[in-house]
Design a protein around this ligand. Structure first.
Ligand code: T46
Length: 130
């Protein structure tokens, strides 16, 4: 997992951030989705991906992201539209404490594939141990 900071093009009108695949996003973007309207008591995630790479950005509001690579767990508060988390290795992810106004943008390296998910933590630990 890596925290990435995007260049803000700001002037008196406001700010603009540009995201380009294979440039400031280090993979070809095959899918974009966003998560919003989450109850703050409803955590999400609780899975890992076998192959998928993703960049996660809070466009508004904030959320706590907990990333576990099998060795260590790190929690990061995402609360700025010019910062993102790159997940490009097999990591268990959990999302907690969504604020009501949180809009989470996710850029993904692949189309939606249920078979790419590892939903069982014990299975995840066994895979990363190898
Ligand atoms: C991840 C975190 C950050 C689709 O139909 N297409 C999609 O592209 C996605 C991502 C989901 N869905 C369906 C599958 C479920 O019926 O939307 C529903 C909610 O998905 P899920 O429970 O997987 O949502 P989260 O927030 O737990 O996890 C999502 C991504 O699935 C996951 O890849 O890393 O956001």
């Amino acid at each position: 997992m890596k925290l990435v900071e995007f260049k803000e093009n700001s002037d008196e009108r406001g700010s603009l951030v540009s995201l380009e695949g294979n440039n400031n996003i280090p993979f070809e973007i095959k899918r974009v989705y966003y998560i919003y309207g989450v109850n703050e008591k409803s955590p999400r995630g609780f899975h890992a991906h076998k192959e998928l790479k993703q960049v996660i950005i809070a466009l508004s509001g904030s959320v706590t992201l907990t990333i576990d690579d099998g060795q260590k767990k790190e929690s990061v508060v995402l609360d700025s539209p010019n910062k993102g988390i790159l997940i490009d290795t097999i990591c268990w992810r959990e999302m907690h404490d969504f604020t009501q106004d949180c809009v989470l943008l996710v850029l993904a390296s692949g189309i939606y594939d249920r078979d790419d998910y590892i939903n069982d933590y014990v299975e995840f630990k066994n895979i990363v141990k190898i």
